[in-house]
Ligand binder design. Structure first.
Ligand code: NAP
Ligand code: ZN
Length: 349
């Protein structure tokens, strides 16, 4: 016995999304059933729907920025009760035993974390994500959305929030630090808000000055257009940390030139194409080029609590199920301010 729920699916690589129904498993003892209220659209959804990262599983129900309310709980669930406001991000399971799981970095589970969608559970079943009305998730992969953050603006925190929070923390964003954020999209705008709340001095590096007013309103001190060659001269050697949130290939050497001696550039953007750099761009200045993938469950909860404490949510545009294909187009064209969130009540067969 399973539960049938309405969803929106990508039937085949790159095809438009269509309404459908899917089955959710019966509750296991440590599962919760979540009535999804909002699901954010991450650029990773588009990468996977288009197979930018390689072969994917179809039909695909994307969505790993999930906010909702607990509708039922298995008998061994201890953390959540009916009516609790909860979120689910990019993972729904991991082995729980390897050194990385034990260290709270389930995303690096040696058996592979189970992705919220476009994944296969340890039971062999395909996973389906948040563009749906309900989902069943093991309680250990569910986070609590603190009072004070509305569910719609909370949804994007489950991926865009944690993916930027984790490297900002790890690489020391804080008072006295100059942080640049490349790309003012879903991840980028969260990075600006979070780095500002951590006390860093933040600069946005965007393709144009179109969104400058927004960037400054979000707390950035400076805003530069990367289409203007003089930007790279003006900012040479300025930053302690650069967070690259861009979904496409970038001229990495130009950006490494903006780091101070010992500075770090961290990539969270995940284009399908390889990024290239010249070894001397790192050697001259003992610079670091690093990567970061989402964050563990405990750190995701820490990020949500941090956001509640600092009054941070995503800047969103709420859409209905029928507008999802148009939203995909707009995200692909960098035309998003700053996250599309699907009102899942509008998902119908
Ligand atoms: P998004 O909302 O589309 O934002 C990306 C931004 O990058 C755009 O708004 C644009 O900002 C800039 N950009 C786009 N194309 C560009 C180009 N050709 N040249 C220069 N800049 C360009 O996407 P997102 O949801 O924030 O995701 C960003 C990337 O992070 C994606 O590749 C996604 O898959 C990846 N991601 C990684 C993780 C992880 O764990 N590491 C997690 C989530 C997402 P401007 O208009 O300001 O230039
Ligand atoms: Zn994402």
């Amino acid at each position: 016995m399973t539960t049938t729920t309405h969803a929106i699916a990508v039937p085949s690589p790159g095809a438009p999304l269509v309404p459908t129904t899917i089955e959710r498993r019966d509750l296991r003892p440590d599962d919760v059933l979540i009535d999804i209220r909002y699901a954010g659209i991450c650029h990773s959804d588009i990468h996977q729907a288009q197979e930018d990262w390689g072969e994917a599983i179809f039909p695909m129900v994307p969505g790993h920025e999930i906010a909702g309310v607990v509708a039922a709980a298995g008998p061994e669930v201890t953390k959540y009760r009916l009516g609790d406001r909860v979120g689910v991000g990019c993972m729904v399971d991991s082995c729980g035993e390897c050194e990385y799981c034990r260290a709270g970095t389930e995303q690096f589970c040696v058996k592979g974390n189970v992705q919220t969608y476009n994944g296969v559970g340890f039971d062999g079943e395909n996973t389906y994500g948040g563009y749906s009305r309900q989902i069943v998730v093991k309680e250990g992969f569910v986070c609590r959305i603190p009072a004070g953050i509305d569910l719609d603006v909370a949804a994007p925190l489950l991926c865009a929030g944690i993916t930027t929070y984790s490297p900002l923390r790890k690489w020391g964003a804080g008072p006295g630090k100059k942080v640049a954020v490349i790309g003012l999209g879903g991840l980028g705008h969260m990075a600006v808000k979070l780095a500002v709340a951590m006390g860093a001095e933040v600069t946005v590096l965007s393709q144009s000055l179109k969104k400058q007013e927004d960037g400054l309103r979000l707390g950035a001190k400076d805003y530069f257009a990367t289409s203007d060659e003089s930007t790279f001269e003006a900012l040479r050697g300025r930053f302690d940390l650069i967070l690259n949130t861009v979904s496409a290939k970038l001229p990495v050497d130009s950006y490494l030139g903006l780091l101070r001696v010992g500075g770090a550039m961290v990539n969270v953007g995940a284009p399908g194409e390889p990024l290239a750099y010249n070894a001397f761009s790192l050697l001259g200045g003992n610079k670091v080029l690093a990567g970061s993938m989402i964050g563990g469950i405990a750190e995701t909860q820490e990020m949500l609590d941090f956001c509640a404490e600092h009054g941070i949510g995503a800047e969103i545009e709420t859409i209905s199920a029928g507008q999802v294909n148009e939203a995909y187009e707009r995200v692909s064209n960098s035309d998003v301010r700053y996250r599309f969130v699907i009102d899942t009540a509008t998902i119908e067969a």
